[in-house]
Ligand binder design. Sequence first.
Ligand SMILES: [Mg+2]
Length: 168
Amino acid sequence: MTSAEVPSNWHFRDGAPAAGPLVILDLDGVISNATHRQHFLRGERKNWRGFFSSAGQDPPYETGLALAASIGDDHTVAILTARPHYVADMTRAWLAANEVRHDLLILRPRHGRGSGGPSAAYKRHELSRLRAAGFEVKLAIDDDERIIDMYRSEDVIALYTHSGYYER
Ligand SMILES: [Mg+2]
């Protein structure tokens, strides 16, 4: 894909890779350990900005790092997260600091489709755009069962990992 075709919420680490096989990894609860900021989402009024803005302090999950590192260079690794656009720079710095193997980071866009609403709808839309760009999605991993159900409904092989974040 040419740079003009790349959606504004897609961040390639080293330029757009050639289309081909691709693995989707979720970030929070799979690679980054967001346990310390779950308290922002408890109670009547959820503090989403507080929750996302403190993501830079997340420790990585060793399992997530190893999982990403185990994916061969013949596959593109896309990190698809429902984090908002305003933590893009912080998230890119975190991925670099923790040497997370990946080629592409996708966050919610600033405007338009996927900027709000359920995570499953946003991720379904980004999945369709990855496919339209020529990527063959071989596997997706997420810690939210609603996202897993969405992937399976789209004929993507999906693996659930347990973070416990969705049990409140
Ligand atoms: Mg997650």
